[in-house]
Design a protein around this ligand. Structure first.
Ligand SMILES: O=P(O)(O)O[C@H]1O[C@H](CO)[C@@H](O)[C@H]1O
Ligand SMILES: O=c1cc[nH]c(=O)[nH]1
Length: 232
């Protein structure tokens, strides 16, 4: 058991899906996995391992924001031998053509988080998703009849900004959407030499003001779940 994950060695699969919401993890375990065991409930951050089409896969809530996913990614990699971390999250669209419920594959990230500025002594690191996972996710989405958006997403430290127009600068530079974890995930994947990809479903549009309710964010992003599970 690590500090935040109450599992034994071998309880966690090499491929781990990481939704921010632990109840989205439970939804996936209940609806997509077979032979499921729950290996974690420390801090209510539920973690499950089961099989999907015969392949072993885990689903672990990551919590919200860079510090939280940093804790789970570090422990999954260094204490439980995770080799592929696939974040499955919600996001807010910055672009008119990126609509609510669309799929976004995060090729790379921008950020307003200061963590990497500190880590790289004021210099810029460019966090990128694994190309093989990105290509497989893209092809799987196409097979399901989905046309995913692929590009740059913003990892932000803030959900509620003081300046309601702050997002427009990123939008002007073709950043597709905002979420709160991927910069940390891709940076840790690079540090430890493992593979990572973030797949997002648009839950909000900063362009139109649309927003899905909490229940929809928890249980209805099944296309994203299916694409992510196909990567196991
Ligand atoms: O739906 P999840 O995976 O939590 O992702 C997004 O939703 C949360 C904010 O509501 C942040 O964690 C953000 O990144
Ligand atoms: O607007 C949004 C929606 C989901 N996640 C975010 O971080 N922002």
């Amino acid at each position: 058991m690590s500090v935040h994950i109450g599992a034994k060695p071998g309880d966690v699969a090499e491929t781990v899906l990481l939704p921010g919401d632990p109840l989205r993890a439970k939804f996936i375990a209940d609806n997509f996995l077979e032979d499921v065991t729950q290996y974690n409930e420390v801090r209510g951050m539920l973690g499950f391992t089961g099989t999907y089409k015969g392949k072993r896969v885990s689903v672990q809530g990551s919590g919200m924001g860079v510090p939280s996913i940093g804790i789970y990614a570090n422990e999954l990699i260094t204490e439980f031998g995770a080799k592929q971390l696939i974040r499955i999250g919600s996001c807010g669209s910055f672009q008119e053509n990126v609509k609510v419920r669309d799929l976004v594959l995060a090729q790379t990230t921008s950020t307003d988080s200061s963590l990497n500025k500190r880590r790289f002594h004021g210099m810029d690191f460019a966090p990128a998703g694994d190309f093989g996972l990105l290509l497989s996710a893209y092809n799987k989405a196409k097979e399901l009849g989905i046309d995913p958006h692929v590009g740059n997403v913003l990892t932000s430290d803030e959900f509620y900004h003081d300046d309601p127009d702050a997002w427009k600068l990123w939008a002007k530079f073709n950043v597709l959407a905002v979420e709160m974890e991927t910069t940390a995930l891709y940076t840790l994947a690079a540090k430890y030499g493992i593979k990572a990809l973030t797949i997002l479903t648009v839950s909000d549009s900063l362009v139109t003001g649309e927003a899905l309710d909490a229940e929809s964010r928890q249980t209805t992003f099944t296309n994203m779940m299916e694409v992510a599970l196909s990567l196991a």
